[in-house]
Design a protein around this ligand. Structure first.
Ligand code: FES
Ligand code: FES
Length: 141
């Protein structure tokens, strides 16, 4: 059990009922997989997005986080946030938005950074498999 007093209630809610936990087939060409680690603590996050080939919007998201409560909450919240977004929109998400929503204290900022890194990594992985789908605005990312 996590220490309730040191966590905001939104963190506890996502930690106890994490949304969209799971994984998708890595070799599915509509799926992008991001796998990132936090150097500060060694926590690891895997995030997968399924991109609708027609609309180029995120139609499904799954995550697995081996980490602290704030990292789990950050990834759970992120999966709700990116549903239905275009990849350009999702690539613009900043960890500070996540940290603000979850009221993370400064020492837990890197936990939300893990979520930002994970979505970026999933997006670039998707473009590795689908290079022709990459918009010019994301060239070089
Ligand atoms: Fe141990 Fe994040 S430092 S769970
Ligand atoms: Fe490292 Fe939270 S303490 S991800």
């Amino acid at each position: 059990n996590i220490q309730r007093r040191s966590y905001h209630e939104k963190v506890i809610d996502h930690y106890e009922r994490p949304r969209n936990v799971g994984s998708m087939a890595k070799n599915d060409t509509d799926v992008g997989t991001g796998l990132v680690g936090a150097p500060a603590c060694g926590d690891v996050m895997k995030l997968q997005i399924r991109v609708d080939p027609d609309t180029q919007r995120i139609s499904d998201v799954k995550f697995k986080t081996f980490g602290c409560g704030s990292a789990i909450a950050s990834s759970s919240y992120l999966t709700e946030l990116v549903q239905g977004m275009t990849l350009e929109e999702a690539a613009r998400i900043r960890n500070t938005e996540i940290a603000k929503e979850l009221c993370l204290p400064p020492v837990k900022l890197h936990c939300s950074m893990l979520a930002e890194d994970a979505i970026k990594s999933a997006i670039s992985n998707y473009y590795v498999t689908n290079p022709t789908h990459k918009p010019t605005s994301l060239a070089g990312t």
